[in-house]
Design a protein around this ligand. Structure first.
Ligand SMILES: Cc1cc2nc3c(=O)[nH]c(=O)nc-3n(C[C@H](O)[C@H](O)[C@H](O)COP(=O)(O)OP(=O)(O)OC[C@H]3O[C@@H](n4cnc5c(N)ncnc54)[C@H](O)[C@@H]3O)c2cc1C
Length: 549
């Protein structure tokens, strides 16, 4: 969308009829603020939403070195962005300019408005999505500041976590950014404390874990002590679809996610074969929209909540989180997908996040712009990565073990690769060695037919070599196939673990009430559309199961 169109969607004005419908809404409170009074402050997470009835409200960015005005809202306009729905701390402050009157709504009231009054709710929701996009893309908005070295694995982890969770931030590289020394002095920290996280002039965290970051950002709050109708583990396309369908159909739904919503799809900059997006959509954007949708219907989706074990308390599944907390549900959907296999090459691990990457997004591309890079793998994900990177780097070497580009790749991608001048396909080739001091600088390739060895100078190798299912946390009651993918369906009625009198539903595992969907499921089709379809279908079986409980 062109910037002007995006701004029009981001900053609409509600008309008299729409304002009148707000006035009639019992959840709205009319409030007055005096000139200079703050309606809310940066970092505050009370989630209040304001529509201006009279007067003006100025929106301020306090995240950089100087205070900036983002917008002045007048009558009919409203505050807020997507964080409003998730209860995340506000990224901006709002101050009354002159005396003003506003309609005030709590987070729950706003959710009701979005669900029950689409004539106003849709305008608000679209504005929230567009505002977050404008903030993220704006050169002037600093957001969180991450100060850390390009050679630090923790800095990479923090940047990756923020990017995957779509949090606006600015990275200041310890190695090259001229402001860094001054800022470290100002925050009274040393290089050894990095990565550090700051907001405006305030230091917030030193080398935080993902959990600490999630708590700071309101992505993770204390878990409610309750029994959910549906627990979902994994917020890739399958888990997100289950969250949307489950919550919208009245199930009290909790989704637990290790790092960030989106799963493997979140690593793709361009998904072109998902129905309804003829020009493609990035996995990150697809996930962001799904999260907003799930939140709108009231699903809980805290990150970072890695699940480490599954036990049973009578009939109820109980999942155990890293750190010792537990969550109980009447039903469980396992949608933990798969992870890219690590390159089995000696020394590879030391370069992870320092030259070896398992995704190709702007975060990784920032580390190798203008260089030659190596992409390993012959499937669609490697093909997409090669095409995305070709637009960012000098040259891409696509390393494929087999002798045919078309063997595992969709033909539209294979043809595009052949037509991209700065991609060179190296067939029958494997990675033999990697080297570098602290950071990858050289990769040795070998042709498995001729034995010819080729050494590449490169700061980055992107690996997409087949996936392993994330099922290591499951007990033996959940039957798996020889490759550890979860088995589901009627045939499991023969399993020694199956205890019910009926046959298992299509997506049910060997334990009644535990379902599996998406890439983690044995024999599933490894695609976004099928993961979404299975997530939605699983909810139908959950209803069936709950009916007989
Ligand atoms: C780079 C790339 C490009 C792709 N492009 C396309 C494409 O163009 N079109 C297409 O159709 N498909 C594409 N795919 C495949 C598609 O993304 C997958 O089929 C789809 O994401 C599978 O969805 P899923 O929900 O089953 O699992 P996943 O996407 O794997 O999601 C699983 C989620 O579970 C979480 N998780 C795992 N273990 C735990 C745990 N113990 N506790 C909590 N959370 C956990 C993970 O963090 C992850 O978020 C691509 C894949 C990749 C990697």
């Amino acid at each position: 969308m062109a910037e002007n169109d995006l701004r029009a969607v981001a900053f609409p004005k509600l008309d008299e009829t729409q304002l009148a419908s707000l006035e009639r809404c019992s959840l709205t409170v009319l409030k007055r603020y005096r000139d200079g009074e703050k309606l809310f402050e940066t970092g505050q997470s009370n989630g209040k939403f304001f529509v201006i009835k009279s007067g003006q409200v100025e929106i301020l960015d306090e995240s950089g070195e100087t205070l900036k005005t983002i917008m002045v809202h007048g009558p009919g306009e409203f505050t807020g962005e997507v964080g409003q729905l998730t209860g995340s701390p506000s990224l901006v402050s709002a101050v009354a300019r002159g005396d003003c009157e506003v309609y005030e709504m709590s987070q729950d009231a706003l959710r009701q408005l979005l669900n029950h009054h689409p004539e106003v709710g849709d305008i608000i929701l679209q504005a929230f999505i567009a505002r977050r996009q404008l903030l993220r893309e704006s050169e002037g908005f600093t957001g969180l500041r991450v100060i850390g070295s390009r050679y630090s694995q923790d800095t990479f982890r923090v940047r990756e976590f923020l990017a995957k969770n779509r949090i606006p931030f600015t990275w200041l590289d310890l190695e090259t950014d001229p402001q860094v020394n001054q800022l470290l002095k100002q925050f009274v920290v040393s290089e050894a404390d990095t990565p550090v996280i700051a907001w405006g002039r305030k230091l917030l965290l030193r080398n935080p874990s993902n959990r600490e970051l999630a708590e700071l950002l309101g992505l993770r709050r204390p878990l409610e002590q309750t029994v959910y109708d549906l627990m979902v583990v994994g917020a890739g396309p399958a888990g997100l679809a289950a969250a949307v369908y489950g919550a919208s159909e009245g199930l009290f739904t909790m989704v637990l996610e290790r790092t960030a919503p989106g799963g493997q799809a979140g690593r793709s900059m361009r998904i072109e074969n998902y129905l309804g997006f003829p020009t493609g959509i990035s996995g990150g954007e697809l996930a962001e929209r799904a999260v907003i949708q799930a939140n709108k219907f009231g699903a809980r989706l805290p990150v970072a909540t890695p699940v480490t074990a599954l036990t049973f308390d009578k009939a109820y599944p109980v999942v155990h989180l890293e750190g010792g907390e537990t969550v109980t549900g009447k039903c469980l959907l396992i949608s933990t997908g798969a992870d890219y296999r690590l390159l089995g090459i000696e020394g590879c691990e030391q370069f992870e996040g320092r030259g070896v990457y398992y995704a190709a997004t702007p975060i990784e591309a920032q580390m190798c712009r203008g260089s030659d890079v190596v992409v390993v793998g012959g499937g669609n994900s490697a093909g997409q990565a090669a095409i995305f990177l070709a637009g960012q780097v000098r040259k891409v070497y696509l390393v494929i073990r087999g002798d045919n580009l078309d063997k595992d790749m969709s033909s539209y991608l294979a043809r595009r690769i052949e037509q991209t001048p700065n991609i060179e396909v190296l067939l029958n080739t494997e990675v033999r060695r990697m080297s570098g001091t602290g950071y990858l600088s050289e990769v040795e390739l070998v042709n498995n037919k001729t034995g010819e060895v080729r050494t590449m100078k490169t700061p980055a190798l992107f690996s997409f070599i087949g996936a392993v299912p994330r099922t290591d946390w499951l007990p033996p009651e959940i039957e798996r196939d020889t490759k550890e993918f979860i088995r589901t369906g009627p045939a499991l009625s023969q399993s020694p673990h199956w205890t019910a009198r009926r046959q298992p539903f299509l997506l049910e595992t060997s334990h009644p009430g535990v379902f599996a969907a998406g890439d983690v499921r044995s024999d599933s089709v490894k695609r976004v559309a099928s993961a979404v379809g299975e997530g939605a279908m699983a909810v139908m079986f959950v209803h069936e199961y709950l009916k007989d409980m």
